[in-house]
Ligand binder design. Structure first.
Ligand code: DAT
Ligand code: MG
Length: 151
């Protein structure tokens, strides 16, 4: 499905460290299509919905504190198998286990400062995109690059 979409967010540490451009570059370079992008200061309410599955975890309060400590840049990327591909590009949740060449493997060393978020499944991506973006904020634009239109 070339219309598959996923949600990628540069977390506050990534914004602070000026990594936004390099992260966007990796997705563009791979051939995925950017269909939504914005910067925002996240509310506790949005985050508690985003991370609802983690609310019983001991690290959850610190996770909320970190994620609201500054602006995030959130994006929707589109393309064939983009959910799976972007998880691979982002790397293991714990940067110490993330391969070199992944965003986390190249730019971070601690699980509580792992630079970027990527949806972990098709269903998760759909849920998160709806949570973070209004329909009108996502653009369907024509792409004339062949690699993006092959199944
Ligand atoms: P991912 O972000 O790879 O999808 P996740 O959904 O399991 O990982 O967790 C969401 C975020 O919560 C993760 O990016 C960083 C934080 N986190 C996860 N496990 C943690 C831990 N053991 N200690 C501190 N923070 C953790
Ligand atoms: Mg996750």
């Amino acid at each position: 499905d070339v219309r598959e979409r996923t949600l990628i967010a540069v977390k506050p540490d990534g914004v602070q460290r000026r990594l936004v451009g390099q992260i966007i570059q990796r997705f563009e370079q791979r051939g995925f299509k950017l269909v939504g992008l914005k910067m925002l200061q996240v509310s506790d309410d949005l985050l508690s919905q985003h991370y609802c599955e983690l609310r019983t975890k001991p690290f959850y309060p610190r996770l909320l504190e970190y994620m609201t400590s500054g602006p995030v840049v959130v994006m929707v990327w589109e393309g064939h198998k983009v959910v799976q591909a972007s998880r691979t590009m982002v790397g293991h949740t714990n940067p110490l286990e993330a391969q070199a060449g992944t965003v986390r493997g190249d730019f971070s060393f601690h699980v509580s400062r792992n630079v970027v978020h990527a949806s972990d499944s098709l269903e998760g991506a759909q849920r998160e995109i709806q949570l973070w973006f209004q329909k009108k904020e996502l653009l369907n634009w024509d792409c004339f690059d062949q690699i993006l239109t092959c199944e």
